[in-house]
Ligand binder design. Structure first.
Ligand code: 5RP
Length: 227
């Protein structure tokens, strides 16, 4: 069992009977979906799930998990997802996929958001390993890019995986992958991006994670919050 699978198994044990559970997107979230589906079959665990992406929806449906459409949901008990970067303060960077809008909606709406990572995802500052994805309305990308220049922001539109055109998110937006040269902390950057017209969503998940489970060389521990 690899570290992603191990941390997913641990998270699946935290699901309680009757819960509404949000399913994240990515390889770690995929393991969580498998482990949850197994508990449902083996233990008769009763859950209803909501997916953050079409990929997760299809996987969960194939494994027999009962699904609720996000449109029918006003709250959920638990949201479980991976991340690309995590700081000691539990700020996350997400969005290497194309499902930021639903991921952040579910993270915000859930009573508890549990993040599953391995040690390679730990960073000192958000943006240390990845560019920051900024999902923009297609017609707004130039103006958003220009507006973020005053904060030292520079970047480019994300290309699709085979390089034949632009990446389009599941919400139908484009993505600017940005770096910021000014010394801004996560809270400042989060506030700037939230307040920029034309930005649909962005990959900084600030103040959203309740628990971070960290897998490292065969063990899983909870990451203590550093304030
Ligand atoms: C998708 C995400 C993923 O959770 C993130 O990319 C981590 O993926 P993986 O579990 O495959 O390492 O944010 O938008």
């Amino acid at each position: 069992m690899n570290d992603k699978e191990r941390v997913a198994k641990q998270a699946a044990k935290l699901v309680e009977d009757g819960m509404i559970v949000g399913l994240g997107t990515g390889s770690t979230a995929d393991y969580f979906i498998e482990k949850l589906a197994r508990r449902r079959i083996k233990e008769g665990l009763r859950v209803n799930c909501v997916a953050s992406s079409v990929v997760s929806l299809l996987k969960a449906q194939q494994l027999g998990l009962p699904m609720i459409a996000i449109e029918h949901l006003t709250e959920l008990d638990l949201y479980v997802d991976g991340a690309d970067e995590v700081t000691a303060e539990h700020t996350l960077l997400k969005g290497q996929g194309a499902d930021l809008v639903k991921e952040k909606l579910l993270a915000r709406a859930s009573d508890q958001f549990i993040v599953l990572v391995d040690k390679s995802k730990m960073v000192k500052n958000i943006g240390d390993r990845f560019l920051i994805p900024v999902e923009v309305m297609p017609f707004a990308w130039q103006l958003v890019k220009q507006s973020l220049k005053q904060f030292g922001g520079h970047g480019a539109l994300r290309q699709n995986s085979n390089g034949s055109g632009l990446a389009v998110t599941s919400y139908g937006s484009l993505v600017l992958d940005m770096a910021f040269e000014k010394d801004l902390d996560c809270a400042e950057l989060d506030a700037i991006l939230n307040a920029t017209p034309g930005v649909v969503e962005h990959g900084i998940f600030y103040g959203l994670a309740n628990r971070v489970l960290l897998a490292d060389k065969g063990t899983v521990q909870e990451l203590e919050l550093e304030e």
